[in-house]
Structure formats: C-alpha cells, structure tokens
Design a protein around this ligand. Sequence first.
Ligand SMILES: O=P(O)(O)OC[C@H]1O[C@@H](O)[C@H](O)[C@@H](O)[C@@H]1O
Length: 314
Amino acid sequence: MDNTTLIEQLKQRFNQQTSVNFREQGQLVAIDVENASACASLFLQGAQISHYQPQQQTPVLWCSEHCDYSLGRSLRGGIPICWPWFGGLHANPKTITEQYSTRQLDDASAHGFVREQAWQLVSVEEGEDSTTLLLQLDIPRHSQPFWPFQTRLEYRVTIGQHLDIAFTVHNRCADKFHYSSALHSYFDISHIDNVQLQGLDGCHYRDALDHWSTQQQRGKLAFDGEVDRIYQRQPPRLTLHDTANSDLYIDSDNSHSTVVWNPWIEKAKRLSHFDDHAYQQMVCVETANAGLDFISLAPGESHTLDLRLSRATC
Ligand SMILES: O=P(O)(O)OC[C@H]1O[C@@H](O)[C@H](O)[C@@H](O)[C@@H]1O
C-alpha cells in the first residue's frame, strides 16, 4: 500500500483521537502526537520514536539532522529498537549465536532487523493529558531469514509528562528461543563536557573498545573520549545529569544491562547520517538485555522490557 493511501486510512480510523496526526516524511510514515503534556513523533518503520518533548521543556531525544528517511534505513537518533540481537550478532553469547549458521553470523547486520521493518499501529488511547500508542509487529514462522520463530512484538508508548515504553516479546511458536535487545535511546544534551551519568558506581561493564574486557565503574561516568560499554546489573534508576538542563531520570524494569555509547571524534567521522561534531550533542544510554544478559522464552511465554524517561522537574 502506498503512503498516501495508508495515511488516509489511518486518519479515518483514528479521526476521534485528536492528539494524533499522520504524515509522510521521505519514504516513511510518521505519527505526530501533541497533548497537554508533551509532543512526540514516531515512525511506523521500526516503531522508532524520533522526538519527545514535554511541554515547556527542551527535547529529551536527539535525532540527526542528516537522517535518511528511506525504506529499510534506520534513523540515526531517537529510540531505535534493537532485536533479536544487540550489536554484532557474533559478539552475542553462545546461547544466542547457536541459533544461527556460520554464514548468518557473518552476514547479520548490527542490532537485528526490526528497526527496519514496517510495524502496524493497533490502537490509540487518549487520557486527560496523555496519549498511548500500541504498535505491533507479527513475525510469521520462517518469514524472516534470520528468525524462523513465530513471534509477536508489541510496543506500547505513552506520551505524557513521562515517556513510558513497554516492549513485549511473545513466543508464539513450538520452540524455545533466545534473544538480546536494546531500546537504543539517543539523548539530547547541551554538550558532552556538561554531562555525567549517575547510578553506575560499582557496576561491572564489558568494554567493546578493550576486547570486551571486564572493568568496574568507579563513581559517576563522565565523557572525555569514545565510550562503548555494556554495564551489567545497573540499578532501576540512572540519572543523566547535564549542567545546562534539569536531570533526566532513566527508569527501567526487566532490564539487567545498560549500553553507554558516545562515538567521539574519530568514529563520528565514520558514522552514517552523523555530523562530525554531533558527538558533542548526544549520548546513548540504552536500556537493554545485552552482553551476558539475554532473554530465553519457552513456547507461550512473554517478556516485557519497561522504560520510563522523565525530567526531574516533572
Ligand atoms: O550504527 P549503528 O548500527 O546504529 O550502531 C551504533 C552504535 O550502537 C551502539 O549501541 C553500539 O554500542 C556501538 O558500537 C554502535 O556503533
């Protein structure tokens, strides 16, 4: 179905819900939400949130001005969903990689495949000062080269004073499967020199820049070079402190790992859809089940990863 027809259908179906609007951007379909508490944008491709801004406040999420709004290209920014593996597939634990052939391990692109898929908008519910979108991606058995298992993914996003996300994976096949995942949040910051991430003191992390060696965090995390780490067993609340803005709380549930990433100067030059200086304006703190932490689901089982983003002033 072409975008014009799809947008017309969505407008008709959700014409009672006045806080949502639908539009085309490049080759993609976007949903804009505006209510008494906040505004946000989300793309059907990848169910990718690109923007969230509580009223009277600055944007919470960073999104590149060089994004490619084409089919099959994940946007650089917002919150891409990484699933059913995080990072390079070959770097995942054996329980996950054993599900794939050697050729698949070589061919797999980073962060899985659902960030490039067309998700369905199932429902829009409006509260007094919030809007909840439910998106879904059904993966029939053997429909995807990298995922033979029948699976339903649900993504429930509530845009209000907080941004609430619940990412649920339902195993609908007869086999057990294993996956890693991340809500790959890019946060908008005043400058990387102004930022500290609090809450990881004492946590162990695996350092992608040092052959995945295990290290331990001491104190707050400040940034003065490239960072690419998977922290394990973080507390349920992390705080992103920015001297030029109010604190951002990152509250998670059913996540036992957090990825922290900033490409810094050299990697920024190699990244797609990324300005050379953009590393100063963003930091990724990704709510995850990744690294040594992964999820196994038996037939009929489900798992929900929860994330809440809120400004300290809320
Ligand atoms: O360019 P991509 O595939 O979106 O990945 C961006 C980054 O995502 C991060 O999560 C990884 O830790 C980095 O290693 C990676 O470079």
